[in-house]
Design a protein around this ligand. Sequence first.
Ligand SMILES: Nc1nc2c(ncn2[C@@H]2O[C@H](COP(=O)(O)OP(=O)(O)OP(=O)(O)O)[C@@H](O)[C@H]2O)c(=O)[nH]1
Ligand SMILES: *[C@@H]1O[C@H](CO)[C@@H](O)[C@H](O)[C@H]1NC(C)=O
Ligand SMILES: *[C@@H]1O[C@H](CO)[C@@H](O)[C@H](O)[C@H]1NC(C)=O
Ligand SMILES: *[C@@H]1O[C@H](CO)[C@@H](O)[C@H](O)[C@H]1NC(C)=O
Ligand SMILES: *[C@@H]1O[C@H](CO)[C@@H](O)[C@H](O)[C@H]1NC(C)=O
Length: 472
Amino acid sequence: MMDADPHTDNDRHEAWGPSARRGNVYQALTRRRLIWTARIALAAIACTALFAIWDSELSSRVQSQAIWPGRHNTTRTSDLLNQQPLALNPLDPLFSVNGLPAGSFRDNLRADTKYITSWGSGGWSNDVISIIASLCSPVFLPSHFMFNNFGDDHSPLPFGDVFDLPHLRKAIKRPVLEWRDVKASKSIVLDDIGCWNVWESIQYHDKAPRQSFAPWFLKLDISYTKTPDWIKMKKNFEHDRFSSFWALASLAFSSKRNTSLVPPLPSPKHNMSLAPDEHMLCYDFLYYVAAHQSHEIELDYSPAWRFVGQHMRWAIRLERLGKQYLRRTLDFIAVHVRHNDFKDWCEPGVTLEECFAPLSAFQRRVREVQDEIKERKGIEVKHVIMTSDEKNHTWWRDVDKLGWLGVDHTRTKELYGHWYPILLDTVIQSKAAGFVGTARSTVSVLATRRVQSWQGGPVRMVQWGKKDADAH
Ligand SMILES: Nc1nc2c(ncn2[C@@H]2O[C@H](COP(=O)(O)OP(=O)(O)OP(=O)(O)O)[C@@H](O)[C@H]2O)c(=O)[nH]1
Ligand SMILES: *[C@@H]1O[C@H](CO)[C@@H](O)[C@H](O)[C@H]1NC(C)=O
Ligand SMILES: *[C@@H]1O[C@H](CO)[C@@H](O)[C@H](O)[C@H]1NC(C)=O
Ligand SMILES: *[C@@H]1O[C@H](CO)[C@@H](O)[C@H](O)[C@H]1NC(C)=O
Ligand SMILES: *[C@@H]1O[C@H](CO)[C@@H](O)[C@H](O)[C@H]1NC(C)=O
């Protein structure tokens, strides 16, 4: 918990996520570099990034390409497979690259187009919030994203496997690419690139760019330029890490860029010192970005949620799988209880029993949500579905005793893969008529936003950290 600061809640979501793990990331990278050489190709296939074009004359280009571009002889993504040759869609990734995924990503970038990308390095919900942020501002037109897992299994999760990219492109009217559309998964080319280092300017204990597995999977050798101190919203305040969309976006334009350049950190492999790339703009980390205030993603006005997050619907296959898991349960309230590493966030001197909210607190909030649905929609919602990272069988038996349902994940990993228990639980949460979550969990935060936006349902967060934190 090197980032953890129990005296402020400013770092809360991430405190358990990326930063908690980042201490040994570098070590892990070096150690794994040897072990993983043979697995790079595989990893790169799975890895994902969304790019975006931020400055292109899209419409004129589309007009000049009134016929199906024959050189795009690939149907790797299911997305492309579904594309009808005659139904030309200017947002199609095919229009944003030169052709097939290339050995070096640069060979596939169009000269008339600019791209933006960033790396994930958190838990999966932290990373979803980062990508929502990076896709949000009109200048940060879509950016890349990659899901990392910093647990025992470093298998990245492709963005397009989770979210419905064709829907997202249409909804936000932006071309969005994945890294796998651009750089070949089997490439052995280590590409040099200059990127902006945001992390070192928004916090003070870690004097380095944000570590991530993404450049490793993508075979990028990055030379970082530290962003100016003024990107931080609360100058010199160590308990808050947010920067603003427009501060970061201004660095994408040559006037601010040129006056902000400082000597770059040489890249780790090729020892290259490169200024931030102007063709492929990149930032190390975009989790802590806001328009107006820290953690605004939780609030109704959040531009990131309104303009992007709510349009990130589930990919069709995942949606179908989620429905299978729900079987015939039509109306239900979802509960999310987050335990385990959250214990590190308990107030000093508080026992675990006092720290985590008891089931009775969740029960009380569930009743409030039931009442609100009754009042607002005249519907009696009786079923309650519990989702949690808790492993304790006694605790789950107590959940059973309340008559609440659990999701049967006994075979989920085996059938669908490592990521699917949390993915399916997230899908199920999003389909609830109402939601009760755990305060300070990004999994819960995203579920509240989805239930509000997609189901028009009421939500509550249960407080915790000390005895009776949620008593009311
Ligand atoms: N199956 C399942 N796993 C969960 C649930 N909640 C948390 N987890 C697991 O715990 C991990 C917690 O997430 P982290 O990686 O620390 O970070 P996060 O996903 O951004 O979420 P928070 O830590 O809750 O803010 C998830 O990736 C899951 O593996 C749940 O409801 N169901
Ligand atoms: C295009 O795809 C077809 C069918 O997979 C293949 O036979 C052909 O060689 C490909 N052409 C090029 C130029 O890659
Ligand atoms: C920034 O620098 C580049 C390269 O040196 C130059 O081409 C460009 O005109 C400069 N832009 C401004 C606004 O000074
Ligand atoms: C990296 O490059 C710099 C400047 O070109 C040089 O002084 C330095 O010795 C190089 N370091 C390594 C480890 O090669
Ligand atoms: C498991 O949960 C029960 C009920 O909440 C609790 O009393 C017990 O201490 C827990 N066991 C462990 C090993 O945490």
